[in-house]
Every structure is written in C-alpha cells, then in structure tokens.
Design a protein around this ligand. Structure first.
Ligand code: G1P
Length: 320
C-alpha cells in the first residue's frame, strides 16, 4: 500500500553546544558517525519509509547541510578522472537521496516552534518529524510501523522507549493506557523533561513523530514552556486531551536499537556499535576492541587533558 504520508520534517537548527568546540563552525548534524554525517542516516531512514519529500528546518551556520545534499561538481570530476567509482557513488548518493527543501527557523524558540515553521510546506496532511540526534538502526523497523499505526488509528503517533528512571528527565515522558495492540499504547498525558519522581512513567518520547496537521493549530496557541521554549511535547499534551478534534495521541513502543548522537558519550558508543557490524571495518575492529577492552583499567593511568593546561604558557608564535 502506498503511504498516505509523503513528507518528513527534520528540525536541524540547534546550536550543538554539547559538542563545542567541534560545532563552533560546523553544524552538529554534520558530525560523522563512522563515515556518514549523522543527518544522512536520518534522511535515509525517512526515504526508506517512503518519505521522499524532506524539509529541513535550519538556522544560521547550516550551509554545510545544504552543501552535503547538493552536487559537488569539482569533487565528482576528480573522482571520475581517478576512476574511483566507489567513492563517486557515495558522493552522488547523498545528492539524489531525497527531494530536499529548507526553511530557516529564525529565532531558536524551541522544537515546537521549529515544527511550526513547516506549516506552509506540509499543508493539511499528516507528516513525520525525525529528530537528528536520534539514529534508529536501519535493521529495525520503526517509522514504517508508525505510519501504519497512524493510518489505522487516524491519530498522532509518537515513538516511545522504556528508559531507566534516572534518565527520564532528559525526555518527554508519557502517561499511557494499553490498547490491546501489542506495541501500541494510548497516550493520556505528556510532560516535557519531568523530574524522576514526577514522571508519569518510564516511557520516553524518542525523536520520531507522525503528526496530524492539527498540531499546527495547537502549536500556534502553545505558550512557551520548559526552558522558555515552545515545546512540541506541550502541544501533544493538548492534543491528547482533545481527541475529539485532534484524533488523540498514540505511542509505538520501540524495543530496537537507537543511538543518541546528541550526547558525547552516546555518540562515541554509536560509532563503535555501528562500526563493529560493518563489513568493511568490523573484521578488524572487533578483535582490536576486545584486546583494548582486556587491557582497560577502571581508572586511567594518566589523565588526558581536555584542553591545553595553560594557554599563557603557549609559545608566542602560535599562528603557525
Ligand atoms: C526533544 C523533545 C523531547 C524528546 C527528545 C527525544 O528534546 O523535546 O520531548 O524526548 O527530543 O530525543 P531534546 O533532546 O531536543 O532536548
């Protein structure tokens, strides 16, 4: 069955402060996960679920994103002359992957505000939102399943994951009711980043949504919430409370592999987890990793400084 949903929206306007200084001049979405920028995994996921029309909501300093998905004639030419067809294919792949559109967020007023910027492009159809920090393993099905559930329930659908209680404050948390469908729950309430003792459950929203267009009407009336930002979670909470005209909100419980590339430690883990299963890198990486792990001690024997200890001690001639 052809998808009733054709459009994906990818908010990509964040400043990437958790990765400074790497993200001082480069968007965080361009950080490589093995050998592809994180954002490419997300676009590939949308396309694999049949969503070829992709709108990125960007901001200042995000030109590298557009360039990545555009042609690079000089590079193509060089690779072609060298006869490096393998790399040429990789370079061309990201160009022809999807029908990409861009809109700028302007003021960074939160995720809800970023999604609202998609209103003109999306129109009055259901659409998907994929957050760039979360990578869902391409071997596990999530988005296609969410699209099916959206169609079946004619509702708004979010992806949920059962997370440890001590992590729930990092996410939108959902109060849920069983539906009788194995991995589908009805959402009765949502709270953005609650304290652990106030969270309605351990079910966290992970960065995948299939939204009914009524979300735009709700977002337009949503006041700034946590952190002074317009929160998508707050709009979804309103929709969950008004199922008569919004269709309500359902959750698909995901039990597959998800990598959080928005956090430095998880980003490192993601690279290792994805690389060990790669045909080209895994065979050498796996035994090396085992060896490395065997030699690890609980404490480092010598601390590696994050930054040079004293800039004042640096030699005068620092411009080299
Ligand atoms: C956003 C959402 C949050 C959700 C999370 C998933 O938060 O606001 O509800 O649980 O993405 O990654 P962020 O991580 O952008 O602060």
């Amino acid at each position: 069955m052809a998808n009733h949903v054709t459009k994906a929206v990818i908010p990509a306007a964040g400043l990437g402060t958790r990765f400074l200084p790497a993200t001082k001049a480069m968007p965080k979405e361009m950080l490589p996960v093995v050998d592809k920028p994180a954002i490419q995994y997300v676009v590939e996921e949308a396309v694999a679920a049949g969503l070829h029309d992709v709108l990125m909501v960007t901001g200042r300093n995000k030109n590298a994103l557009e360039n990545h998905f555009d042609r690079n004639a000089e590079l193509e030419d060089t690779l072609e002359k060298k006869g490096d067809t393998d790399r040429l294919q990789k370079v061309n792949y990201s160009t022809s992957l999807a029908d990409l559109h861009y809109v700028r967020q302007g003021d960074p007023k939160g995720l809800g505000h970023a999604v609202l910027r998609a209103k003109m492009h999306v129109g009055r159809e259901p659409f998907a939102v994929l957050l760039g920090d979360d990578i869902i393993d391409s071997r596990d099905d999530l988005l296609q399943h969410m699209l099916d559930v959206q169609h079946r329930y004619n509702a708004t659908v979010v992806a949920l994951m059962d997370v440890p209680r001590e992590s729930i404050h990092l996410y939108g948390a959902a109060a849920i009711e069983e539906t009788g469908d194995d991995d589908v729950v009805r959402i009765t309430g949502l709270v953005e980043k609650p304290d652990a003792d106030k969270a309605p459950s351990n079910y966290a929203i992970i960065g995948r949504y299939v939204l009914r267009p009524e979300v735009f009407d709700v977002l337009e009336r949503t006041e700034p919430g946590r952190g002074g930002e317009i929160q998508l979670t707050d709009a979804l909470q309103s929709m969950a409370q008004a199922p008569d005209w919004t269709g309500g909100v359902y959750g698909v419980v995901f039990r597959g592999r998800r990598y959080d590339t928005g956090d430095r430690l998880d980003y490192i883990k993601a690279i290792v987890q994805l690389a060990v299963d790669r045909e080209d890198l895994g065979p050498e990486l796996r035994p090396w990793l085992k060896d490395f792990a065997d030699g690890l001690h609980d404490e480092p024997r010598e601390i590696l400084d994050e930054m040079p200890t004293d800039a004042a001690d640096a030699p005068e001639d620092v411009n080299r």
